[in-house]
Ligand binder design. Structure first.
Ligand code: MG
Ligand code: ZN
Length: 199
């Protein structure tokens, strides 16, 4: 099984532009290349998990997500970083596009995207991490059984912490989050149950 780092997209991996689906407006966040390279070199699969309620709200169409993911992959590829997965939730219970206006299990803070990715990509969740810029990301990671890091970059505005959404670490930026993961990478190696870097 693999170990993975699940990464929120908007405000974490790329600069947050609310409800953006224009590939030309995608810019990697500060330190993204440095952080993801460190994690990739350490053997972590890199998997984006993103709420895209703009689809349910009718701000853009689901088929516009493919150029978005392609652009993110392209920007990372220029730095020799490859994503192992790109998952998004198109739903929102109050959406106006009927087919997406559902209470799903994939919208963070629920862990559905992470669980699906783990099943499809053979990820060992207790050896894996979630990084996000709001506590709903943290909660999704925790619910999936990962350890979760909050980026304290000003995007969380509510700060209602509880037992479900408590991060194990709060980082100021992505490289700091990556270094924390590398420094705590072996904590889940128990009883030989987990072999890293084996596909
Ligand atoms: Mg975000
Ligand atoms: Zn969903």
């Amino acid at each position: 099984m693999k170990k993975a780092v699940f990464i929120d997209k908007d405000g974490t991996l790329i600069t947050n532009v609310p409800y953006n689906a224009d590939p030309d407006k995608i810019v990697l966040e500060y330190g993204a290349v440095e952080a993801l390279r460190l994690l990739q070199e350490e053997g972590y699969s890199l998997i984006v998990v993103s709420n895209q309620a703009g689809i349910a709200h009718g701000y853009f169409k689901e088929d516009e997500m493919e150029p978005v993911s392609a652009r993110v992959r392209e920007l990372l590829h220029e730095a020799d970083i490859s994503l192992d997965g790109f998952y998004y939730c198109p739903h929102h219970p109050a959406g106006k596009i009927v087919q997406y206006a559902v209470s799903c299990g994939c919208r963070k803070p629920l862990p559905g995207m992470i669980l699906q990715a783990a099943a499809e990509l053979n990820v060992y969740l207790p050896g894996s991490w979630m990084i996000g810029d709001i506590l709903n990301d943290v909660e999704a990671g925790n619910r999936a059984g990962c350890k979760s890091i909050l980026l304290n970059n000003g995007n969380e505005t509510v700060w209602e912490m509880n037992t479900l959404n408590k991060p194990v670490y709060i980082a100021e930026n992505l490289p700091e989050a990556a270094r924390h993961i590398l420094n705590h990478s072996t904590e889940n190696l128990k009883h030989g149950a987990y072999i890293s870097n084996v596909d």
